[in-house]
Design a protein around this ligand. Structure first.
Ligand code: HC1
Ligand code: SF4
Length: 570
């Protein structure tokens, strides 16, 4: 430990601590803008400057370590003046039209400027303009970029993709797609981690809320909405609704108030996915000589995009099952249209997802199994649905709780945990056990694949068949796992991959909480919902069983193949 004094208070700090960490441990908060713990500690924004007694320079707190006897002032007049000038300089190169910014009210720069009482912009400069494809699901606004490097570092160090880089020099310095590529020509997986780690509004999803409002306003259109597992653990965060209050049933009430005709749950089709993917896996296990293992899950479109661009030779090892989002769309526009007695063309299928890549997945030319255009018409992120709730002036926290509609609103606890890393694997193992043993396992028998570790592995015995499985989240971890498998250093039968760290709970379309990585807390919420579910096995979902009885016949049937499977190589 070393002895330091912070703002007049003597205290002991950890030897290796940065000034920022030592101050935080003592309850003193120093503002930061570019800082991301362990990922971006470069002092670029110089907002975290502090004064050291006995020196005439100010130092950045995020990347300077404490030393014995240091006397630190974190908020002296000199520090405040320097911090203010630094923020004014950042604002001089920033498009300050907060009223039209997706991050207004949730922007570190905006709140810092407010806190410092900055009411004028003394150093205005001309802002860079660079064109961007506004149809692409991920949008960069160069005039809002503050060159903090967070997106560059998250994409490079966590996701291992290196899509972003610094471009130009001097006053024209900005961040752009690396290697002079256009974003659509890059290998961007569309995980959206750059968005959730941007402190300002320089990165965002393509806004599809206007299309959703138009569908809701059209009396001829039947709007069918599905809500993804991970959305229920996060939707209240940016509306200021506490976790206890922000239940999925309250979200259902809000969606009903907005005018959606039928409100369904993606956990229904997550259970359907387990029936298909579980059966496919058992088939591949039996014929392992012809089908190389491991089989990889296919429900995360960020991961599927990654595999296609980075390891195209392995695409054949993906499960052919479509993701729950797409299975839902195909069932809604076939089976459910029939139940309603309407032409599928009249259905507008909307999904609420924690994800940016889902916008792209829905637009793939192969995702039109019902034969009337895209099976899923509009994909909204959790942030977008929250904006729509605000635009409708719905006070969601004060609404009562309402049920999903039947039949596509029924889901099991196994379907709910799809939103957490390890959840798809656990759900699949619960049902694979049942399919091989003819009886249910303890629903928590496979809990060893839970938790926030980026790469987990476990061995199980499936009624006499030994099984080695792995679960990874984050694309950097995914690359390491694939290389280990290719080098013969690891061997698995079944691997779950989610592009976003922590799984969909940490998805690129979720509410942004500055300074927090909230996936772990959201996942606990999902596991709690599973624990309290009446049904904890996908194969016990009565609505799923009815779809098989009345329409699909059985898992992997001809019709199931037509509607619920795809060739990922196309
Ligand atoms: Fe996901 Fe999935 S879990 S991919 O993370 O398999 O987005 O939540 O909806 O489709 O069910 C996302 C979440 C989601 C699909 C399911
Ligand atoms: Fe989307 Fe989930 Fe995959 Fe992230 S992990 S890219 S949120 S599907």
């Amino acid at each position: 430990m070393v002895n330091v004094t912070i703002n007049g208070t003597p205290l002991a700090a950890r030897d290796e601590a940065t000034i920022l960490e030592a101050a935080a441990a003592a309850g003193v908060s120093i503002p930061t803008l570019c800082y991301l713990k362990g990922i971006n500690e470069i002092g670029a924004c110089r907002v975290c400057v502090v004064e050291l007694e006995g020196t005439d320079r100010l130092v950045t707190a995020c990347n300077n370590r404490v030393k014995e006897g240091m006397v630190i002032r974190t908020n002296s007049p000199r520090v405040r003046e320097a911090r203010r000038t630094n923020v004014e300089l950042i604002l001089s190169q920033h498009d300050c039209y907060c009223a039209t910014c997706a991050r207004s009210g949730n922007c570190s720069l905006q709140s810092m400027a407010n806190d410092l009482g900055i009411l004028d912009l003394p150093y205005r400069r001309e802002l860079p303009y660079s064109p961007w494809n506004r149809e692409f699901p991920l949008i960069r606004d160069f005039s809002k970029c503050i060159k903090c490097m967070r997106c560059v570092q998250v994409c490079d160090r966590i996701q291992g993709m290196g899509i972003w880089d610094v471009a130009n020099t001097g006053s024209r310095t900005t961040v752009d797609v690396s290697l002079n590529r256009k974003i659509e020509d890059s290998d961007c997986a569309l995980c959206g981690q750059c968005i959730t780690h941007c402190p300002v509004g320089a990165l965002r999803e393509r806004d599809d809320t206007e299309r959703a409002f138009a569908a809701l306003a059209d009396p001829q259109t039947v709007t069918v909405v599905q809500v993804a597992p991970a959305v229920r653990a996060a939707w209240g965060e940016s509306l200021g609704i506490g976790r206890e209050q922000a239940t999925v049933k309250r979200l259902v009430s809000a969606l009903r108030k907005m005018g959606f005709d039928y409100i369904f749950d993606t956990t229904f089709s997550a259970d359907l996915t387990i029936m298909e993917e579980g059966s496919e896996f058992l088939g591949r296990l039996k014929t392992r000589g012809d089908n190389p293992l491991p089989m990889f899950t296919s429900c995360c479109p960020g991961w599927v995009r990654f595999l296609k661009s980075q390891y195209p030779d392995l695409v054949g090892q993906l499960s052919t099952a479509k993701s729950p989002q797409q299975m839902f769309g195909a069932v809604a526009k076939s089976y459910y249209a029939k139940l309603l007695g309407i032409e599928p063309e009249r259905i507008c299928c909307v999904s609420v997802m924690p994800c940016i890549a889902k916008k792209h997945e829905a637009e793939l030319p192969t995702m039109n199994s019902a034969g009337c255009g895209h099976d899923v018409d509009i994909v909204l992120t959790t942030r977008e649905i929250d904006r729509m709730i605000r635009a409708e002036h719905i006070r969601a926290g004060e609404l009562g709780e309402e049920e999903f509609d039947a039949p596509l609103g029924e889901g099991s606890g196994a379907g709910v945990i799809f939103g957490a890393t390890g959840g798809v694997m656990e759900a699949a193992l619960r049902s694979a056990y049942y399919l091989t043993a003819g009886k249910n396992p303890d629903p928590d028998a496979f809990r060893r694949v839970r938790g926030m570790d980026g790469w987990k592995e476990a061995a199980f015995d499936l009624n006499g068949t030994p099984l080695k499985v792995a679960v990874v989240s984050g694309l950097g971890n995914t690359r390491r796992l694939i290389e280990a498998v290719q080098n013969g250093k690891a061997r698995y039968d079944f691997v779950e991959v989610m592009a976003c760290p922590g799984g969909c709970s940490g998805g690129g379309g979720q509410p942004i909480l500055e300074g927090e990585e909230p996936a772990g807390v959201r996942n606990e919420n999902l596991y709690g919902l599973d624990q309290s579910s009446k049904i904890r096995f996908s194969h016990e979902n009565s609505a799923v069983l009815r779809v098989y009885r009345d329409y699909l016949e059985k898992p992997l049937s001809h019709r199931a193949h037509e509607l619920l499977h795809t060739d990922h190589r196309l």
